[in-house]
Design a protein around this ligand. Structure first.
Ligand code: GAR
Length: 201
């Protein structure tokens, strides 16, 4: 069983989907640690309810991103984590962190990358006027949402969509896609060649 850490800043619906996939026996991995940069993150509560170690690490006392990331890395090392899963973690990781976990950090983004990277992926796609958007699971590199793409799912945009209604439909796809991508990693079924990920079935 691979040991998984989830980093989350928000309500934690993706974390919930990962827990539920594990409970259905669809994940050959175990979430052993959840870390948040926000004390009130729903993700921490969801972890505690399941008896999973949940840590709030306040970024404010740290001099900068590198120092903060080192504090997170120390906790990951203590738990001998194989895979780091970013689930709505709204911070860019330092080079040191990314280099320590090559092709072992995943992120989910609410748009079809490389379109609409950044923190407003849903709003940016809606305002641009594209007819199809979706979500992307990718490995994390030093850039903003630029790493090799593992899986993508498409969502059609309706004329009467708001950011909220669109995000809700994207999240439904996220909740299926993310556990699947994580399980592929756990089964050693993702081969990375340069920018391309191949799924070995
Ligand atoms: C997800 O929709 C994820 O795609 C997005 O944050 C949400 C977290 O939801 N991530 C980003 O925008 C990253 N740039 P959750 O807390 O309910 O899992």
């Amino acid at each position: 069983m691979k040991r998984i850490a989830v980093l989350a800043s928000g309500k934690g619906s993706n974390l919930e989907a990962i827990f539920q996939a594990a409970e259905r026996g669809e994940l050959e991995g175990r979430v052993v640690l959840v870390i948040s940069d926000r004390q009130e993150a729903g993700a921490l509560e969801r972890a505690r309810q399941r008896g999973v170690k949940a840590l709030y690490i306040d970024p404010r006392p740290f001099a900068g991103r590198v120092e903060y990331d080192r504090a997170i890395m120390k906790e990951l090392e203590k738990e001998a984590v194989d895979l780091v899963v970013l689930a709505g973690f709204m911070r860019l990781l330092s080079k040191e962190f990314v280099d320590a976990y090559p092709h072992r950090i995943m992120n989910i983004h609410p748009a079809l990358l490389p379109s609409f990277p950044g923190t407003e992926g849903v709003k940016d796609a809606l305002e641009y006027g594209v007819k199809v958007t979706g979500c992307t699971v990718h490995f994390v590199d030093e850039g903003m949402d630029t790493g090799p793409i593992i899986l993508q799912g498409a969502v059609e945009i309706k004329d009467d969509d708001t950011v909220e209604t669109l995000h809700q439909r994207i999240q439904e796809v996220e909740h299926r896609l993310y556990p699947r991508a994580i399980n592929l990693f756990c089964q050693n079924k993702i081969k990375v060649e340069g920018r391309r990920c191949f799924i070995l079935e």
